[in-house]
Write a protein of this length. Sequence first.
Length: 288
Amino acid sequence: MKIRSELAKILQHEDINFLLTNRIPRRLATRFLGWFSQIENPYVARASIAIWRLFADLDLSDAKAQTFKSLHACFTRELKPNARMVDADPGVLTSPCDGIVGACGSIDGTELLQAKGFPYSLKDLLHDPALVDACRDGQYVTLRLTSSMYHRFHAPHDGMVEHVTYISGDTWNVNPIALRRVAELFCKNERAVIRTSLRDSGHLVILVPVAAILVASIRLHVLDDTMNMNYRGAIEIDCDASFRKGEELGWFEHGSTIIVFAPRGFRLCDDIREGAVLQMGRALMHLP
């Protein structure tokens, strides 16, 4: 515990944290961890998880499995049955993942915040004028997953996944320190734009999982392949997949960020504010 406390103090220093997590060959480090985490050896897995615990408060008590054949298996672990309660109220969207609320609130036309004083535009993030218009003056919530959190994400409501756009990019860290230093960071990083429609109301809700350093891979159940750094440009994929609220949509290979967008008329639940720690299934927004 003392070692972890001392390491945390060092890593909390902004200049050191930014240097260690961004001023390194980000894509090379990401590819290396992607390879290393897949090594299926019990000794390597146990040693890696032990080192991970030095840097993070890793709690595996709600994990379905308690031993893991690889570091990757621990990153992408499933939960025990009923480890998360999904709000059944049809009048609310639920959080698609465990996470810490970052910037959130109303979109100012097509402009929103990644952190105080650091705006970005829907156009640069979504790459689709129709989606930009649909989200104009709407609501958004940024959910940051730390490395030790449960990394799978789920449907926020009953509905359909209609289209996925996978956009290649960089692998900047997405922690608060980087968000205060790198302008339009979310628009620079690898990401998927997942277009969904709610089953009863037809409202458009968009989920944008954003990759980061050590995590430039996103697995979506509606697709046959894992989306990763091998793709280039914007890959457009039509889908026609039905999901129930709380049903698993996919996972990150490590921790990162999901941004939830809803059109005008939605409103955040009263307790959704910057810094709030949420679990998947918690009420996030009220439908119109």
